[in-house]
Every structure is written in structure tokens, then in C-alpha cells.
Design a protein around this ligand. Structure first.
Ligand code: IPM
Ligand code: MG
Length: 352
């Protein structure tokens, strides 16, 4: 089969980790007789430097015409301490999500037995933890209007807005995930304080009769933040609004000890985007030391989304083998570390 894949390396370590995932996808294409055509396009700080826009129209066109998007990372320290910067790399990511209609961000939180010693939590708490955080990605306080500053600059405001329709489509997807897994769904909100959260809860309650086989529970976000640390194994599927999901998914990602290994998918109306959950790690950019596994596993999620399940399984198997053999980057190496490109070469070779 022939597939078009848009490749958006972005900033920092983005280009070098994405290069490894592309290598792996090329090995898959050869092995399984597919044709993947890759089209690279700029996003983030790189795109600002080249075009003035963090998500140029041409990049959007390429994404729209592709079957999937492989994304690296976004962000550059030169913008972080400049609160007055007119255009920021992160706006590119938000624009991409909005324009592609990517209303759901899916972050599987899984443990890798060989990495549990890296977890900040006790082994017995985290061993076997396996859940999915589903974050609403195109609504809430990230996008609500009005947002801005008062005329004299002394006040600032953001607005959180959700419609029932927006809640329904993400919760529908979360119910589907729960059905395929252990049939438990935790809805995280702040319904004791926020009107939007009460709308979420009401909407979910209306959906419960059509999803009787799923056990639903509701949890306030502060309590959820605590329970993720205290009992990570009790969760199956968690669904929440944009900002709560941003925070909880970062929290969830570190408890497994494998931040550099966790992939994500953003799905919705148009082309889906697959990306590692970690950031652009500018300190490591160009050094060939960053861990490419999260991006390679994002490529595996991409293959699954194209219904190429055997191919995805082959990628996951090769990743497991690379860890068993100790062909890993310095962040997880026990003794001698391999470079970013060596890990990519090894995994591509194992697939071939
Ligand atoms: C994420 C990131 C982004 C977000 C930033 C870079 C805008 O933290 O993808 O989780 O807040 O959504
Ligand atoms: Mg985040």
C-alpha cells in the first residue's frame, strides 16, 4: 500500500529523533512492501525563522493531504523568557491542533520492566501500571475567548468554554477505549468549583445509559493528581479537559520512569498527529544523545492507526529487543550508551 506521511521535525532534538523514526518506517516499508512517501515541513521556532509563522499555511496543506503526521517537538528557549514575544513556537502547535481538528490527545502510560528502577515511585506501586490518559485538546482555557489584558495592563484574563458537543465527542472516544481495555473510565474534573466541569459531568451522566458495560467514576482533579502517585495501578482510562489533561499527563508520564519512551497520538477530524510526549530538550540538540524511542513508538502508533498492526508489532518488538540488548541512549543506559542514530540504525536493522 501507498501512504503519505508528513514529517514535522520541529525544534531542538526534534530533527534527530524524527530522523530515526523515519529510518524505522523505511525499514518497515521495505520489509512489508509498502510505499511511504515522506514530505517534510517546518513547524515551531524553525518555521518562525524560515517564514515568520510557527505553523505556515504550506505546512498545514501538507498535513491535510497526508495520511498521517509524524511530529518531533516544539519550543526554543529564546522565546521562553520573553513574555512580550509577538509570536511563539507553541502557537504553531495550538494552531495545528485547531486546524486539523485534533480534539483528542491519547497518552498511553505503560511501564517497561527494565526501566522501573528509574521511576521516582516504589517498584511495588508502579510495576504493572497500565492506563491511558485521554485529554481534550482543542477547547477549554487554551482557546476560549476573551483572553487578554485590560487596557492599563494591570489585569489579564483567560476564558474556559466547553459545549456539550465537544464533551460528547471526546467522552465517546474515551468510552470506546475503555470498552477495548478493562472497561473502567475515570472522568476528571473540578465540578465542585467550575461550571465547565459541571457541564462535563452532566454530559457524561447523560451518556452512561448507552455505555452500561463501562464502570464510570468521577474524580476531582486535585484528588486525581494525588491518586496517580499513590495508586497508579487503579486507573484504566482517564478522560479530562485540556488543561487538566496537560498537567496530569505529564505527571503520569514520569511515574513509569520512562519519559523518553512514551508516545502519543492526537486524533480528531482531519489527519492524525503522532509525537513523543517529551519536549524539544534544547540542551541536547545536535549532540546525538537524545532518546529516539518515544518517537519510534509514536511511529508504531501511526502504523496502528493505518491498520498496519503486524508492522506496528514488529516495531514494538524491535524496540523491546534494543532495550534487552542494552542498545539504548545515555538516559536509560546501565553501562555503555549508544547514540541517537545508533539506536535508530539498530532498530531499523532488527526490522529488516
Ligand atoms: C503539550 C505541551 C503543549 C501544551 C505546549 C507546548 C503548548 O505542554 O503538548 O502537552 O500545553 O499542550
Ligand atoms: Mg504539556
Amino acid at each position: 500500500m501507498n501512504y503519505k506521511i508528513a514529517v514535522l521535525p520541529g525544534d531542538g532534538i526534534g530533527p534527530e529523533i524524527v530522523e530515526q523514526a523515519v529510518k524505522v518506517l523505511k525499514a518497515v516499508a521495505q520489509k512489508y512492501n509498502h510505499e511511504f512517501s515522506f514530505t517534510e515541513a517546518p513547524v515551531g521556532a524553525t518555521a518562525i525563522d524560515q517564514t515568520g509563522s510557527p505553523y505556515p499555511d504550506e505546512t498545514h496543506r501538507i498535513c491535510m493531504e497526508s495520511d498521517a503526521v509524524l511530529f518531533g517537538a516544539i519550543g526554543d528557549p529564546k522565546y521562553d523568557n520573553d513574555p512580550k514575544a509577538k509570536v511563539r513556537p507553541e502557537q504553531g502547535l495550538l494552531a495545528m491542533r485547531k486546524k486539523l481538528g485534533l480534539y483528542a490527545n491519547i497518552r498511553p502510560v505503560t511501564t517497561f520492566p527494565s526501566l522501573i528502577h528509574k521511576s521516582p515511585l516504589r517498584r511495588d506501586l508502579v510495576e504493572g501500571a497500565d492506563f491511558v490518559v485521554i485529554r481534550e485538546l482543542t477547547g477549554g482555557i487554551y482557546f476560549g475567548e476573551p483572553s487578554g489584558r485590560s487596557e492599563n495592563g494591570e489585569k489579564a484574563y483567560d476564558t474556559s468554554i466547553y459545549s456539550k458537543e465537544e464533551v460528547r465527542r471526546i467522552v465517546d472516544l474515551a468510552f470506546d477505549y475503555a470498552r477495548k481495555r478493562n472497561k473502567r473510565l475515570t472522568v476528571v474534573d473540578k465540578a465542585n468549583v467550575l461550571a465547565t466541569s459541571r457541564l462535563w459531568r452532566e454530559t457524561v451522566q447523560e451518556m452512561v445509559p448507552d455505555n452500561k458495560e463501562i464502570e464510570v467514576d468521577y474524580m476531582f482533579v486535585d484528588n486525581a493528581a494525588m491518586q496517580i502517585i499513590q495508586w497508579p495501578k487503579k486507573f484504566d482510562v482517564m478522560v479530562t479537559e485540556n488543561m487538566f489533561g496537560d498537567i496530569l499527563s505529564d505527571e503520569a508520564s514520569v511515574i513509569t520512569g520512562s519519559l523518553g519512551l512514551l508516545p502519543s497520538a492526537s486524533v480528531g477530524i482531519h489527519t492524525s498527529v503522532f509525537e513523543p510526549i517529551h519536549g524539544s530538550y534544547p540542551q541536547a540538540a545536535g549532540k546525538n544523545i537524545a532518546n529516539p524511542l518515544a518517537t519510534i513508538l509514536s511511529a508504531a502508533m501511526l502504523l496502528e492507526a493505518l491498520d498496519l498492526t503486524d508492522e506496528a508489532a514488529a516495531v514494538r518488538k524491535a524496540v523491546d529487543e534494543s532495550m534487552d540488548q542494552g542498545v539504548v541512549t545515555e538516559d536509560i543506559a546501565q553501562d555503555k550508551a549508544a547514540s541517537t542514530s545508533e539506536v535508530g540504525d539498530w532498530i531499523a536493522g532488527a526490522i529488516s
